[in-house]
Design a protein around this ligand. Sequence first.
Ligand SMILES: [Zn+2]
Length: 90
Amino acid sequence: MTPKPRDPDCNSPFLEVPGFENICCCNCAFQVELFKHPWNQHELFKGSISESMKLYACLGLSHGDGKKQAIIFEKKHSVCEMHTAIIINN
Ligand SMILES: [Zn+2]
């Protein structure tokens, strides 16, 4: 069981910062990639469920009031204080 490494194409602006060598949204358990659905009407959201919107969301931010929420990010690679490593079996 080890932390998942960054994506091979990771271009996080924090790559060179000491302590952030293996920390990026791309290996965070809270990051999800957003996909389209044919029932949606807005052209940005309408399409096959296999078609990525090229957008991401973080599920790790909460105001603590029990309300579920996600924060959309335009970039896959960055980092915040909520980073939680994905653990993989190997
Ligand atoms: Zn990354």
